[in-house]
Write a protein that binds this ligand. Structure first.
Ligand code: UDX
Ligand code: UDX
Length: 429
């Protein structure tokens, strides 16, 4: 099938590439001309495992191309996906400027029947507004359907998530777009849930909020573990073995970050209030998440006392492992707190160093993980990169002033670290 995707970021680019991989002809569109130029020259603007190879092979076989022209994309496809940002506003509500702008641009070039699919995470009832907008601004009075098809990919394993989805959610009004949408997803062999548009939009916010709730739940349990001498890893394993609960998203740590959970939870709280059904439970989810950094800072302060002029090595800047994305990263927030207290922060991230520079200044970026240990009075693990676990911790200890480790992601093996002579602090263990 011929598809186009407006917005070639973490969501749009990976989705478009995977559609091409299963045989569709895909045009990825972006209004950032420089990004399109780079993509055409074979430079991939984001780090996502497996993505570069897929882009290169699908460009070579002619199924994937890039343009900055919405008209070109709309003219040349049966289905147009929207994957532009939906950032938060100061009051927690969602800024729908980009969605509205794209809807108007589509209206400006639409001449015949197209299915317009919203992939961006949007408040319930946005589909109705998109349909109204396109109808209002389309002079040709062309026929179209609006569909909601939320994306559930996780950065860092986005290609695998897209190629093997747990489910595909398709929100429609009427039958007309159903067969085409099913055909697009047929090659993925996933269960397909056909719903109304409002339900599809809600599924995304409800799912992300539930996952965030699991993380805050285990972080609250971790605090009780610390107070009682229990071990949160063992508690999570024991809880998670119950199929009704599941072990996933029960990893205690510094809390959730990234460009989705923090904004989506805020948005869902705001939406629930607008609809007159305040979802106050989610306020506590947020509150617990915010407390995680405070509690961790206290742990560091309790041990190191005054942080001014202290050399602190930070492993990880990205919001999670296997990505270069540093937007709303808890690791960055933690570095800012350390800097605010006068500490000298020296940090390293395997992929996020370039993007971290947009988010923070006043820290020294090291050229390797090993370098972070030089002269450090403490090491802080802030992102769950697996390769940090594999570092030669035994020998690296000698580079430090004092062998203290604050593991904000419960990434390291406690016994091994203590065996090497480190004083180790994790979260709830
Ligand atoms: C975005 C949203 O943040 C998220 O809510 C939604 O679920 C999916 O889209 P992401 O792909 O991570 O997520 O955003 P980003 O990596 O910033 O990519 C968005 C792209 O859209 C950028 O490349 C930007 O240049 C482009 N864009 C933005 C347009 O092409 N047109 C616009 O009007 C605005
Ligand atoms: C999330 C959703 O998982 C995905 O379905 C949706 O499409 C977009 O938002 P993403 O933000 O890419 O994906 O990453 P995710 O793996 O969910 O991690 C989010 C944050 O939660 C990270 O900061 C991570 O460190 C943290 N996390 C995750 C925990 O603290 N504990 C866990 O057990 C899992």
């Amino acid at each position: 099938m011929k598809l186009s995707i407006i917005g070639s970021g973490y969501v749009g680019l990976v989705t478009g590439t995977c559609f091409a991989e299963v045989g569709h002809h895909v045009t990825c569109i972006d209004n950032n001309k420089e990004k399109i130029k780079q993509l055409r020259e074979g430079h991939i603007p984001i780090y996502e495992p497996g993505l570069e190879d897929l882009i290169k092979s699908n460009v070579a076989n002619g199924r994937l191309k890039f343009t900055d022209s919405i008209k070109e994309g709309v003219d040349d496809s049966e289905v147009v996906f929207i994957a532009v940002p939906t950032p938060p506003q100061p009051d927690g509500s969602v800024d729908l400027t980009y969605i509205e702008g794209v809807a108007r641009e589509i209206a400006g070039v639409l001449t015949g029947y197209r299915i317009i699919v919203d992939k961006s995470t949007v408040p319930v009832k946005t589909g109705e507004k998109v349909a109204e907008t396109i109808a209002r601004y389309n002079k040709a009075k062309a026929d179209f359907d609006v569909v909601s098809n939320p994306e559930f990919l996780r950065e860092g394993c986005a290609v695998a998530d897209l190629m093997n989805p747990d489910r595909v959610v398709i929100g429609v009004k009427g039958e007309r777009p159903v067969a085409t949408m099913k055909k697009i997803y047929e090659p993925f062999h996933a269960p397909i849930y056909i719903t109304d548009i409002n339900s599809a939009e809600l599924i995304k916010h409800a799912a992300n909020s539930f996952l965030a709730l699991k993380i805050s739940y285990i972080n609250a349990v971790a605090a009780i573990c610390e107070a009682s001498g229990a071990n949160v890893d063992e508690v999570a394993d024991g809880m998670g073995a119950d199929k009704r609960i599941g072990r996933a998203f029960l990893n205690a740590g510094l809390g959730y970050g990234g460009s989705c959970f923090p904004k989506d939870i805020k948005a869902f709280i705001n939406i629930s209030e607008q609809l007159g059904s305040p979802f106050n439970l989610l306020k506590e989810v947020e509150h617990i998440n915010e407390q995680q950094i405070d509690r961790f800072m206290k742990k560091i302060r309790d041990k190191l006392w005054v942080l001014k002029e202290k050399n602190i090595g930070v492993l990880g800047l990205a919001f999670k492992g296997d990505t270069d994305d540093c937007r709303s990263s808890v690791a960055i927030a933690l570095c800012k707190r350390l800097v605010a207290e006068g500490a000298k922060v020296r940090a390293y991230d395997p992929q996020g160093m370039e993007k971290a520079k947009n988010e923070i200044s006043g820290i020294e970026i090291c050229s390797s993980a090993e370098d972070v240990f030089n002269g450090a009075e403490a090491i802080v693990v802030a992102t769950e990169w697996k390769e940090f676990r594999a570092l030669p911790w035994g020998s690296l200890k000698d580079k430090m002033v004092t062998p203290l480790v604050f593991d904000g992601r419960n990434l390291l093996d406690v016994k091994t670290l203590r065996g090497f002579g480190y004083t180790y602090f994790g979260v709830g263990r």
